[in-house]
Design a protein around this ligand. Structure first.
Ligand code: NI
Length: 139
């Protein structure tokens, strides 16, 4: 049995500052600073509206892992992130059930260093798996 709850919808944007402004006009509030993830070469900002959380993701340069995705998809949502308190067990279960990890579990600077991994499924595309915060990590 999996232990997934939805944490956010990842949203590719070309210019993160402009995107934050436009989402604010629609009634979203930024709930983080614009954070730089040096490992993935991306800028990230979390925003919320009506109980929904989105993650704006923008490539910092052409070497970024999402630069190719942005070129293909333009400004658009591109993954749903699921949080789990049983990260390793759920990752193993998903890998046995048609989901293929496309990177290795890596700490996410924008989420207090909690581990994240991306997986692909042939029928629903890309998902992100996020480790639930422990008390000591405090997020
Ligand atoms: Ni995400």
């Amino acid at each position: 049995m999996l232990h997934l709850t939805i944490h956010h919808i990842g949203y590719l944007v070309k210019k993160i500052n402009k995107a934050v402004n436009e989402f604010e006009r629609l009634g979203y509030s930024a709930v983080s600073d614009i954070i730089y993830d040096d490992f993935r070469k991306i800028h990230i900002c979390f925003m919320e509206k009506d109980g929904y959380r989105i993650e704006l993701v923008s490539p910092a340069d052409s070497a970024s892992v999402v630069a190719g995705l942005l070129k293909k998809y333009k400004n658009s949502p591109y993954h749903i992130c699921y949080e789990t308190p049983a990260f390793d067990a759920d990752l193993k279960s998903l890998a046995e059930e048609g989901f293929t990890a496309i990177d290795t579990p890596t700490p996410a600077p924008a989420l207090s260093g909690r581990r994240v991994v991306f997986l692909m499924n042939r029928f629903l595309g890309m998902i992100e798996l996020l480790e639930t915060a422990t008390v000591s990590k405090n997020q």
